[in-house]
Design a protein around this ligand. Structure first.
Ligand SMILES: C[S@@+](CC[C@H](N)C(=O)[O-])C[C@H]1O[C@@H](n2cnc3c(N)ncnc32)[C@H](O)[C@@H]1O
Length: 223
């Protein structure tokens, strides 16, 4: 998987998220051993850089399809780049309604049933399906799983199926069976952020630059 970084056809997935890394660096400056999560790993471009920031300490939870998570962890271990960061796989199957949202909810359920606190993450980068049906339940669950002072960074705030080069209805006609015209046209991540994050008094939005409408909004748990 890591061999795809910077190879033809993977240009966009080869660029690590600078916003995620900036926030992870801020958190690392506050505390050495972090529990971090990347939800949607792609080809590992951001994962590899996150490991550098974590500098051999802490835990990194990786969520994606099982085969992707397994490939990525194998590559990281073969190359010896985790340097002591504990990698925790959370792979799911490829069924239509399966995703990291289910994995997170079942994790939360299991913690609750053992009487354990849900708050476990110092940092989460949510960069998965960008579909409301996966990201809304993931977001709602994650809000309770982030520790006070912890961060959630969202990717692709304004991404839509219609704008996607590979998932638009011309390229992938079957998409019209799954989503309405409104759902194809509207950014799902924006809907998730505006409905579930922005009004939640437990979180404040952190602006990394002067841009008040960032493509990768950052939220810090303050309550
Ligand atoms: C844009 S990529 C992530 C890029 C990565 N965060 C980075 O910065 O390099 C989105 C990822 O979400 C994963 N994904 C999409 N739908 C999913 C689902 N239903 N279950 C699990 N993973 C999913 C894809 O397999 C893909 O790896």
């Amino acid at each position: 998987m890591l061999e795809r970084i910077n190879s033809p056809g993977y240009e966009s997935l080869s660029k690590p998220s600078q916003e995620a890394l900036e926030v992870l660096r801020r958190k690392k400056a506050e505390s050495t051993a972090l529990t971090a999560a990347e939800i949607g790993v792609g080809i590992g471009a951001t994962t590899v850089e996150m490991l550098k920031v974590m500098d051999g300490v802490g835990e990194l939870h990786l969520f994606d399809y099982e085969d992707r998570v397994a490939d990525l962890i194998r590559d990281i271990e073969t190359r010896g780049i985790s340097k002591g960061v504990k990698l925790i796989p959370h792979g799911n199957g490829r069924q239509t309604f399966n995703s990291y949202a289910w994995e997170l909810a079942t994790m939360a359920f299991s913690l609750k049933s053992k009487g354990l606190p849900l708050e476990m993450f110092d940092f989460v980068y949510l960069d998965g399906a960008h579909s409301f049906h996966h990201d809304a339940p993931a977001c709602v669950t994650l809000k309770d799983m982030v520790r006070p002072g912890g961060y959630i960074v969202f990717d692709d705030m304004y991404w839509t199926f219609n704008k996607s080069p590979v998932m638009n209805p011309q390229k992938k006609p079957s998409i019209t069976k799954d989503y309405s015209d409104d759902q194809l046209d509207r950014p799902h991540v924006e809907l998730v952020v505006e409905v579930f994050m922005a009004p939640d008094a437990r979180f404040e939005q952190v602006f990394l630059t002067g841009n008040q409408k960032p493509y990768r909004p950052v939220f810090r748990r303050v309550g």
